[in-house]
Design a protein around this ligand. Structure first.
Ligand code: ATP
Ligand code: MG
Length: 470
């Protein structure tokens, strides 16, 4: 039906297009929940968000709390942040608030700043018309690629259009301060009751417009303990490759939300199941596929579960450690190949392998340098923990990065056992000993003990100077 409308729309003028699109809205009839029909009280809402709503209202605009905050409050959860949708244009919002800055190109938004709290204020988004010759006027406002990807999205519209443009039915809930009502445009309240993640509109079209919605479906399913509705889940494996068109910096942001918020393991398993892992981390996917329950999968699962545990305990987590786990075996495999093929010594082969694997990663996910340097340190230490003898072992203990490298060795030992477990046990005892005990350990033969013998250098051609660092 929508396709039919669109084909006809190409012939019409802009006003006809808008009218036809509104008439053929995919939304069900609007449900209004009065104050006694929903659990949201003003006490649960950030005072700054309420201030924004009242100020916009007093200035003659419509304003609502929308999206995740209302969904979370309906579920009895504490919202991460409060977002506002309004019919005021970004420039008009700026005139109402002194503490306001406009951001974004793809989505132009206003941020109203209250100390450390930011209330995001977005103007109602309207429909995209099909690009054709008559669209010149609004072409600078909205833009879609040939695959249907929305590149720019600054066409403003009504609240109904705004609701239709939101991703999932549970995210199209609006809270109004006029009568303290909740407006439910897409049967989101029922979906919450059924614990169902369901896209608004035709799933394939919605994923093509923005492939990140595939990641969001997974994230909300695990975060809210819900199921992805069959029609919403079904196209993901075929469309997962569209994630390649997403800028790596945006994928890193999504990566943080998926893996640093307490549901890393569950998200990873769903990403694997839906063929998303293959697109985002192809070398890891390949290494796991060779032995589905093997050491690669064990190491990564352990790292993800430890990360979730740390989040649950309120301890800090870093993406550097997770990327070290995701890509350790691809690095190890590459490093071994380099040693065999070019006769490079282990340290040089590892350096080149790390650079190669990290630059392949950057093509998909832009891991900032402050993290990738730590990832490299963790990897380099694996060699040094296995090979350092005598005084060198003592000086390793003093390195600020020793802890991360040792923790990573423990993970590998859990995944592989054997010699690695012995090495990890040795380092544990070495840390616990006093100075005399450490000296004694260094005299005895053992994984890292014994006398240091100078290593024989092999002849090899140096190739590393041409390798760029990520
Ligand atoms: P959380 O903040 O808990 O991660 P959220 O639903 O609030 O969840 P945000 O990224 O803060 O997620 O987005 C706020 C709202 O904006 C969403 O609830 C949804 O209505 C809309 N939205 C966000 N991203 C998209 C998208 N890619 N496509 C369509 N609508 C989106
Ligand atoms: Mg939010």
């Amino acid at each position: 039906m929508l396709d039919f409308c669109r084909r006809n729309l190409r012939k019409g003028n802009n006003a006809d297009k808008q009218a036809a699109l509104v008439k053929h809205s995919v939304l069900p009839p609007l449900q209004r929940l009065s104050r006694d029909q929903h659990p949201i009280s003003r006490k649960q809402i950030s005072p700054n968000a309420l201030k924004v709503l009242y100020r916009l209202k007093d200035a003659g605009f419509e304003a609502y709390l929308v999206g995740g905050c209302i969904r979370d409050l309906m579920l009895g959860l504490e919202p991460k942040d409060f977002d506002v949708a309004t019919n005021a244009k970004p420039e008009e919002v700026r005139q109402v608030f002194r503490n306001c800055r406009l951001i974004g190109r793809r989505f132009r938004l206003a941020h109203v700043l209250f100390g450390r709290e930011v209330i995001e204020v977005a103007t109602f988004r309207g429909h995209h018309s099909q690009p054709d010759e008559s669209d010149e006027g609004e072409h600078h406002l909205s833009k879609a690629s040939e695959e249907g990807l929305i590149l720019r999205d600054n066409v403003y519209g009504t609240i109904e259009e705004d609701a239709e443009r939101r991703d999932f039915t549970i995210n199209a809930l609006y809270y109004s301060i006029n009568h303290f009502e909740v407006l439910d445009f897409a049967n989101g309240v029922q979906a919450i009751a059924e614990r169902k993640i369901e896209l608004i509109g035709d799933p394939e079209t919605r994923y093509r417009e923005d492939p990140v919605r595939m990641l969001r479906a997974i994230r909300f399913a695990t975060k809210l303990n819900m199921q992805i509705a069959p029609a919403t889940a079904e196209p993901i494996p075929q469309l997962a490759s569209l994630l390649k068109s997403i800028p790596p910096a945006r994928l890193f942001e999504e990566f943080l939300k998926l893996f640093m918020a307490g549901k890393a393991f569950d998200n990873f398993m769903l990403m694997k199941q839906y063929g998303i892992l293959k697109q985002l981390l192809p070398s890891l996917h390949k290494a796991i596929a060779q032995e589905p329950e093997g050491k690669v999968f064990q190491l990564v699962s352990q790292a993800l579960q430890d990360t979730d545990q740390r989040v649950a305990d309120g301890k800090p987590v870093t993406p550097a450690f997770l990327f070290a786990a995701f890509l350790w075996y691809p690095v190890e495999i590459r490093s071994q190949t380099l040693q065999l093929e070019s006769g490079l010594p282990p340290v040089d082969a590892l350096n080149i392998a790390m650079t190669e694997v990290l630059s392949e990663l950057q093509q998909r996910i832009a891991l900032p340098k402050r993290f990738s340097l730590v990832t490299r340190d963790i990897w380099s230490l694996q060699n040094r923990l296995a090979r350092s003898r005598g005084k060198r072992a003592l000086s390793l203990l003093q390195l600020p990065k020793f802890r991360a490298g040792y923790d990573f060795l423990l993970l590998r030992a859990k995944a592989e056992g054997g010699d690695l477990q012995q090495l990890a046990d040795w380092w544990l005892r070495f840390q616990q000993e006093n100075e005399t005990g450490q000296q004694q350990m260094l005299q005895q033969p053992g994984p890292a003990g014994g006398e240091h013998k100078p290593r024989r250098r092999r002849n090899y051609k140096r190739k590393r100077s041409s390798q760029p660092k990520p």
